[in-house]
Design a protein around this ligand. Structure first.
Ligand code: XMP
Length: 519
């Protein structure tokens, strides 16, 4: 099959200027969902980014700084280009300041806030006269720039939405990108369809990018070079492997290293799914090597290090036997690309580097075919490639696997408990139709013991903690209120089917302050 056409229409795009707000990624995702491709840039990159001729809009994000204190360093060219500009929170205040309005500091508005619409406008089509939006600001626009009109005000009388009369420039004080703003998605689709004017035929559709991704891989890889792909059964690495195989055929070599830390039945399922997709996978069962090195290790970061090092060692042994290997394809996603360049000096809470460092170890060049995409877009690409839904909708699973779900000393007994209990959690959520509605669901185990009764006898056993979270991007997460019936089934199945467990607890702490995985 020849997928090598290059005449695919490249999408027009929005540039999202990231002023350091925690929601900049959400803005880009909302724009893409609404049908307009969006990329994040730092303020100092804006001028260069504007020179590209496919720019359809600029969105200025929120941010932690104050326009009253910080020197503004974005190019005023955005206001002259006649492309639509949307400022959000800090971005709204920045527009006001740059174009001659007045910004002041006030007592602020935080959380759910009522706003009243004063005028109809394409951006606000479909909104009621009164809406609840989510605010988080101290500074406010006290006077709009000349030539701007006020479209909505908040309860305190602050400007909630303003618009230039002559040019397509908007400022909104609230955050339409967060889910607490009920009509936020509608505002983004209004912006994309009615303000930017993206027609249905021009909508951004990640699956339509498959031919150009394939073509780029083909263009990069030399005619006799092989591409190794480390597959884990996750959607990112599987999609990477399938795309690579489409591009270079049998010169794509998927390698699956079983580290012994997978979920129950997972290695078998992964192998047969990949086989059905026509991939000829090199399978290496190195579980004994990994588990022997992990036995008794208490510190999770040390476990991550051991796993990373052992993985590289095993992978290198396999790679050395593959003649002509020149590349390693990785399933790096857009947030990883942005974060690795953007959060300089950020506190490293956990080291999620998985296969980072591997290419240097092996002397391979790196292919990252998914580096422009978000996870939900990779899922859409996966579906378009014909991957089974089971695989596409699989929850994210950490590279170090169940090793990060065992608290305290690492033992094989606790690993088995986490494995079997996690399986039950997943099965019961599927049965209740909840599996695909949550981000992750699993069981973790530590050293705490609880006294139980089995028959008439005292039986001391482990405490298993069930963690179910909803999340958009794993940066923040919350736990859903599961029905008592679902929790009861999970509890009774775990205590009866997993030996050595007498108590099941449900984790009710969001992220932050807790992280998703226990360690
Ligand atoms: P935390 O626990 O930091 O997890 O809230 C956020 C997301 O990352 C996953 N996670 C990992 N993924 N290697 C990975 O590839 C790791 O070492 C790792 N630790 C956590 C976690 O499952 C969640 O989706």
């Amino acid at each position: 099959m020849d997928m090598g056409t290059t005449d695919v229409e490249q999408p027009r795009k929005a540039i999202v200027v990231n002023f350091g707000g925690q929601y900049a990624h959400l803005i880009a995702r909302r724009l893409r969902e609404a049908g307009l491709f969006a990329v994040l840039v730092q303020p100092e990159q804006l001028e260069d980014a504007l020179r590209q001729d496919d720019v359809a809009a600029v969105v200025l994000s929120g941010g932690p700084k104050s326009v009253l204190e910080e020197e503004i360093r974005i190019t005023p060219a955005i206001f002259e280009a006649q492309i639509p500009v949307l400022g959000i929170c800090y971005g709204h205040q920045l527009i006001a300041k740059m174009l001659g309005g007045r910004v002041e500091r006030g007592p602020g508005e935080y959380g759910d806030t009522k706003v009243s619409l004063l005028e109809d406008d394409p951006l606000l089509a479909g909104l009621d006269r009164e809406e609840t939006v989510w605010m988080s600001h101290g500074d406010y626009v006290a006077a709009p720039p000349p030539g701007f009109k006020i479209l909505a005000v908040s309860e305190r009388g602050y400007i909630a939405v303003m618009k230039s009369v002559e040019r397509p420039i908007y400022g909104v004080q609230f955050h339409p990108e967060v889910s607490h703003t009920a009509k936020g998605r509608l505002i983004f689709s209004n912006f994309v369809e009615k303000v930017v004017g993206i027609r249905p035929s021009q909508r951004w559709d990640p699956a339509s990018q498959i031919p150009s991704i394939v073509e780029r891989i083909r263009a990069a890889v030399g005619p006799h070079e092989k591409v190794l792909v480390a597959v884990s059964g996750g959607v990112d690495s599987t999609v990477t492997a399938v795309l690579t195989a489409r591009a270079v055929g049998e010169r794509a070599v998927p390698i699956f290293v079983n580290h012994g830390l997978f979920r129950e039945g997972e290695p078998e399922e992964v192998l047969s799914a990949l086989k059905r997709l026509g991939l000829d996978v090199v399978y290496v069962d190195a579980s004994e090597k990994f588990l022997a090195r992990l036995e008794g290790v208490e510190d999770c970061e040390e476990r991550r290090r051991i796993i990373g090092e052992t993985f590289a060692e095993v992978f290198a042994e396999v790679a050395a036997k593959i003649e002509g290997a020149g590349w390693l394809a990785q399933g790096t996603l857009y947030p990883d690309v942005i974060e690795s360049g953007a959060v300089k000096g950020a506190d490293r809470i956990k080291s999620h580097h998985n296969v980072a460092g591997l290419p240097q170890w092996l002397g391979l060049k790196v292919l990252e075919p998914l580096r422009d995409f978000y996870k939900d877009e990779v899922r859409a690409i996966g579906r378009a490639l014909g991957l089974p839904e089971e695989l596409v909708s699989r929850h994210p699973f950490p590279g170090p696997g169940l090793a990060v779900r065992v608290m305290g000393r690492f033992t094989r007994e606790k690993l088995e408990i986490a494995r079997r209990a996690s399986r039950i959690v997943e099965e019961e959520l599927r049965r209740a139709g909840l599996h695909d509605k949550v981000w992750q669901a699993f069981a973790a185990v530590g050293d705490d013991k609880w006294v139980g009764v089995k028959g008439d006898a005292r039986a001391v056993g482990h405490v298993v903690i069930v963690r179910v979270v909803q999340s958009e991007d794993a940066m923040t997460a919350d736990w859903p209120e599961l029905d008592k019936e679902v929790l009861s089934r999970i509890s009774s199945r775990i205590t009866s089917e997993v030996s050595g467990v007498v108590m099941v607890a449900y984790a009710v702490t969001p992220k932050p302050p807790a992280t998703i995985e226990p360690c």
